[in-house]
Ligand binder design. Structure first.
Ligand code: ADP
Ligand code: ADP
Length: 227
């Protein structure tokens, strides 16, 4: 469970996020949506301490994020960006194994995990594990980005417009993948988008942001029926 208590972020004179109060439940697919500049990315990056808060507190499982060891926090929170930055000189397996290796998993455990993850998103493990990122299409690289974030079994996954750079077909395929993934792994996902269709398709609940504030919060049905 992630709780925002009176959270604000100010950059110089810009108030990016203003007094946010809300809770994301364990296992929930939570979508932050709103126009460019409304504070979505700032809200997301505060959760794993990529951006420090100006005011208020964020807690994860009732403990303030400032009280976690930074490694503990980052290892427990997967992060997927719009432009997946896979390391070009490393194979797909090596890319996926970065956090498991930091956590000193055994070679066998890592090999098994990589197989399982590639299978999950429909990439044949024998074909793909030893390829380099530039031998994969954009959609395939993005899929690897998603499973890399899941590799060490984090409790929370943050996704910042993870599909917006993709063509419509790859995008739909990945949206389906992520729905299936969520049904099987039951992680807490915080997902940023500016695409309402995508939000409605994926979300358990949607927070609609504008100018640093949440102006509506509810299930997709609630938002559609009571706009
Ligand atoms: P969104 O993700 O919704 O596009 P952001 O969280 O990126 O919004 O930005 C919210 C506001 O904060 C915008 O006005 C943006 O220009 C500003 N902002 C974001 N990051 C910085 C920064 N590092 N320094 C100054 N202003 C920033
Ligand atoms: P997104 O569109 O994905 O929200 P942005 O383009 O807003 O991303 O921001 C990209 C990076 O630039 C972020 O690290 C953000 O903190 C920084 N940034 C955004 N707006 C500003 C700004 N007005 N001044 C300085 N840095 C900014």
């Amino acid at each position: 469970m992630i709780t925002f208590k009176n959270v604000s972020k100010q950059y110089d004179e810009t108030i990016a996020v203003n007094a946010l109060n809300f809770t994301i439940e364990k296992g929930e697919f939570f979508v932050l949506i709103g126009p460019s500049g409304c504070g979505k990315t700032t809200t997301l990056k505060m959760i794993n301490r990529l951006i420090p808060l100006t005011n208020g507190a964020i807690t994860i499982n009732e403990k303030k994020i400032s009280e976690y060891q930074i490694d503990e926090l980052r290892w427990n929170i997967g992060y997927v960006l719009q432009q997946i930055a896979l390391f070009p000189h490393m194979t797909i397996e090596e890319n996926i194994a970065i956090v498991p290796e930091l956590k000193q998993w055994s070679k066998e455990k890592i090999h098994h995990r990589v197989t399982e993850l590639l299978d999950m998103v429909g990439l044949d493990p024998d074909t793909y594990r030893n390829r380099k990122p530039n031998e994969l299409s954009g959609g395939e690289q993005q899929r690897v980005g998603v499973i890399r974030a899941l590799a060490a079994d984090p409790e929370i996954i943050l996704m910042d417009e993870p599909f917006s750079a993709l063509d419509p077909l790859s995008r739909e395929k990945l949206q389906e993948d992520i729905i299936h993934l969520q049904q099987s792994i039951k992680k807490t996902i915080v997902f940023v988008t500016h695409d309402m269709k995508e939000a409605v398709k994926l979300a358990d609940r949607i927070a609609l942001m504008n100018q640093g504030e949440i102006i509506q919060l509810g299930t997709p049905e609630e938002l559609i029926n009571h706009p």
